[in-house]
Design a protein around this ligand. Sequence first.
Ligand code: ADP
Length: 577
Amino acid sequence: MLVMIVLVPLVILQVTEISAQRRHSMDMEFNACQDYAEALSSAFINYLNGLWDTENAIAASITQTPLESPDQIETYLKEAQSSQPTVERYSWLNPDGIVIASTAGSSRGVSLEDRSYINRIKGGAEAVVSPIIKGRLGDGIIMPVARGIRKNGKLIGIIVAAVDVKKIGMVLPEYRDNKNSLFGILDGEGNAVYVNGKPDMTLGKRHLIQDSPGWAAIRGEATRINNWTSQFDGVVRMGMILPVKEIGWACFISTPQNDVVERSIYEAIRSTAILLIILICSIAAAISFGRRILQPVIKLKNSSDAIFRGDLSVRTNIEGTDELADAGKAFDQMAEQIQKLEISRQLFIRTSVHELKNPMTSIKAMTSLMKRKVNSQKPAEELIAIMDELEKEVGRLNGLLNEIAEAFRAQSGDVKLKSKLKRIDIMEVIQSVIKFFSMSDTGRSFNLVTGVSGPIWVEGDPERLGDVIRNLIGNALKYSPHGTDVEIGLKTLDNWALISVKDQGSGIPEAELEKIFESFYRSSSLNSGDPGGMGLGLYICKDIVVRHGGSVWAENNKDRGSTFYVKLPLNNIMKGE
Ligand code: ADP
């Protein structure tokens, strides 16, 4: 389809181009003919001038006083003829037109007085060229070129050069490139004086037919020949006929019409072939270029289809630096993000169903137990003990729900820190958390190890930072065996306060040391001894610490267990040392 869209206008364009080309070839041909005809005309006039000059020179020798003898004159004439190869014979005539001497000796005494050119000279003309005639000596067709010789205004003789028309081609320029061209000279009476390649035409054949365009040129009009069947060879021709104004003659040049048409057809075929080659190359280039563009687009489409079908693992992996590669990379990032969200959604559902189920089962079991005890009228102490347990489970449930709510708030960036953080002693915060745990019945001892005595000031929200430390100590208790100690550390390092919570528990697989801070992530190493949890505590801790401009991370201890670190910026105004 695309190819057609390109091809059709190109074909139309090419057809128009071909006809323009044809017109152009014709114009070029006419111009070339015009140039040649002009050259032909001036060459012929030069030639005649040369003949007349020679005649003048001969006359100067002959007319030395007194007039030379006929024999002597003949020598002069022969001498002149040797330098003019086109001249058949030179003759010297008396003023009446009788041949006195001639290079063709036999013509002495022949009268030429009836010749019109002789009469023109007698009438006063100085130099004349005659239309072609049949020579009086029976030696073929000649073109007489004559000059009247006068002394004190009186005609004393006439010199005549009889030019052999067959030889006139010697003095005309050859037409350049077309061997089929026809060119020549027309005399004032409408005879072809010379036609190239046709030396032997009879006088009758040489005479122009009635409607020939040559007549107009003889009358003085430059004429274009187009689609004209030449009378000399019957070929349809185009060309130019120009008047040779000086003598009232004409010259012509023409080319076979077919040659011009063929040339323009050849040109058209050549330009069409070039166009086709360019077209084929362009289409091939366009297809390969199109493929290069289409491939990433197809990849993008297929990938988005796959995501729509639920395969979130698909990626375009488009390489490169152009816009499509950028779009591919953006798509992959988006897919990555969607996959992460989907994983955490599934984790959330799985974990919350699992975690919430336990207290619910306990609550259900305890309420039915309570019902039975009430029915069997058991003492109030037993009921209160069950209600205490019930309260604990509801509290646990509440804690889990709070954690979920908190995590969602963190995820949506909606965690409330006191808008203006205040300068607080982090030591005091830690101590109050330790106090809380010491009072609870954990059966564990908590060592606070610190190299500093005074307060350590940080900028912060004491409640939220208390939550962080409570969570870390809570985890330390949760993930380490009974009877092991938990060591809490606090020190300053450059402009930072560094809190550590070290336990002697199972430690964390190295590959998961960062992952445990993601929402709903729970370590894969937890199995039968899993104390349960939503996998949200560390996620919330990280969120709070980061909001304080600090960082939190975990390391495994050299011996056993792990240590969690919290780094907070010290208050700049007054370091707590
Ligand atoms: P939860 O404790 O509710 O699972 P947390 O976000 O607090 O969620 O912890 C995420 C995971 O990190 C835990 O499930 C556990 O696998 C691991 N973890 C946290 N603290 C410790 C610790 N002190 N020792 C070993 N593993 C820990």
